[in-house]
Design a protein around this ligand. Structure first.
Ligand code: MN
Ligand code: MN
Length: 461
């Protein structure tokens, strides 16, 4: 075969992965990244993410919706679910029975929750006991600066918001680690057992309130908290306090191409879901943007995506406009917006390079997640993958596809299966992340911007 013919054949038959590496992101990408950094710094917990989201939505003219409220075509609303999850939605011109368009992400991230009786004193040091939330590698959470975010509900029902450690003048907290000089025995243990959940106790003070008092250090800490927040020890019982890394988002790399931050998973998909939703008001479809809680612990409970609330909302919309709800769901499509494990050359042994997603590879489309023999995945149909692929190509979006590491290397899941179980075609689409679930995750600015564009094309298609 002549070289020319061979080249033509190659061009026609072979699939060549496109990447954003050599594409100049330009001003749009860096501006978008700044907006995202603001969002993630203001959203260290799901509650804060909901508050931040509501601010953005209200600025754009969205109104709070409660069950039973009137709805109108062209109306822009949001349903605030207990301050921990939220659904923004817009009623389109199209007949509902043509289906609605959903992008759903989660706004909770792995962290250390305080136990309900957290405070204790030992050897004149005061500590907070934690129960880790989500899949963490315990060793990563020692010797990093920690902040305390959350709420306490006092006996009289009033809410106290706590935020200690993020302001540069605030003190930080931390979990200590063993010095290498004395770690001979610990170093021989497997990682899974070398660090214990019960050992993740946060150092919170060492000063005594009085030289004669019993538990004088603990009492001193409580006194400081009482002066600042008016709380007592009993109030911890009705509280949700989370220890999160006391780090704000920073540009990473001399070229500033990446962003390092706590909680990219999954706020790095929640933010583009929201911005794309807001920029697709021309869409004729009814569009929903769901930001759910509890994904990192199985999506259970009243604020998780297994809760019926979002489908109750869909029911109410259908009922209001006289649409057949079963038909609406059957014809709807959901992008489960969640992160993928970006290929990491330092740990190449756990990835399969032809089926991994890459930093600067663009928005990642995942047909399935799960573990072992695809256990626990909704596995999007080839038809749906085809449809999404066509939308991406039509709009010049740089996209890639991959799965979560090598077969049998481990696994994981997203909200996709819970939405799919409601008879809504669903596929995972999101941003590749390095060091996922660590206190400092890493993403690419070009990838998040491409994901924003991808979600926007989906809503507008
Ligand atoms: Mn996630
Ligand atoms: Mn996760």
């Amino acid at each position: 075969m002549k070289k020319k013919e061979l080249d033509a054949l190659k061009k026609e038959l072979l699939f060549k992965r496109e990447t954003l590496t050599a594409k100049n992101g330009g001003e749009k990408v860096s501006q978008y990244a700044e907006g995202y950094k603001g969002f993630i710094d203001g959203s260290k917990t799901e509650r804060e993410a909901v508050e931040y989201t509501i601010q953005i939505l209200e600025k754009s003219g969205y109104k709070p919706f409660n069950f039973g409220d009137a709805l109108e075509i062209g109306g822009r609303y949001y349903l605030n679910n207990r301050g921990k999850s939220i659904c923004a939605f817009r009623i389109g011109q199209n007949n509902l029975e043509q289906g609605v368009k959903i992008v759903g992400a989660h706004i909770d991230s792995p962290r250390l929750d305080l136990k309900q009786n957290p405070l204790y004193e030992q050897n004149d040091m005061a500590f907070l006991k934690t129960h880790y939330y989500g899949g963490i590698r315990k060793y990563q959470w020692t010797t990093v600066p920690l902040a305390l975010h959350g709420v306490l509900i006092k006996g009289d029902g009033t809410t106290v918001k706590v935020n200690i450690g993020d302001d540069k003048d605030d003190p930080i907290l931390c979990i200590t680690d063993l010095l290498p000089h004395l770690a001979a025995e610990q170093s021989q243990k497997p990682l899974a057992t070398a660090f214990k959940g019960e050992g993740l106790n946060i150092l919170i003070g060492t000063d005594a309130i009085d030289k004669d008092a019993d538990k004088a250090v603990k009492l001193n800490v409580l006194n400081i908290l009482n002066q600042k927040y008016g709380i007592t020890e009993k109030d911890f019982i009705s509280a949700e306090l989370c220890a999160v890394p006391a780090l704000n988002a920073r540009d990473l790399g001399l070229d500033r191409s990446l962003i390092a931050a706590y909680g990219h998973d999954d706020r790095v998909c929640a933010y583009p879901a929201l911005t794309a939703f807001l920029e697709s008001e021309k869409s004729l479809s009814t569009c929903l943007c769901i930001l759910a809680d509890k994904e990192e612990v199985g999506s259970d409970g009243v604020t998780g995506s297994q809760c019926s609330i979002f489908y109750d909302l869909l029911d109410e919309i259908c009922h209001h406009f006289g649409a057949n709800r079963n038909k609406v769901k059957m014809n709807s499509v959901c992008l489960s917006a969640d992160v993928t494990a970006a290929y990491d050359p330092l740990y190449s042994e756990v990835y399969e390079k032809n089926n991994s997603t890459y930093i600067n590879g663009g928005v990642a489309i995942c047909k399935y997640t799960g573990s072992r023999g695809k256990s626990g995945t909704s596995d999007a149909s080839a038809e749906l993958v085809g449809k999404i692929r066509a939308i991406m190509d039509k709009n010049g979006i740089v996209w890639q596809t991959g799965e979560l590491g090598r077969v049998d290397a481990g696994g994981g899941g997203t909200i996709a299966k819970y939405v799919a179980n409601q008879n809504i075609d669903t596929i995972d689409v999101g941003v590749p992340v390095l060091s996922m679930h660590s206190p400092m995750e890493v993403i690419s600015k070009k990838d998040i911007y491409e994901t924003h564009k991808a979600f926007k094309c989906f809503y507008l298609d």
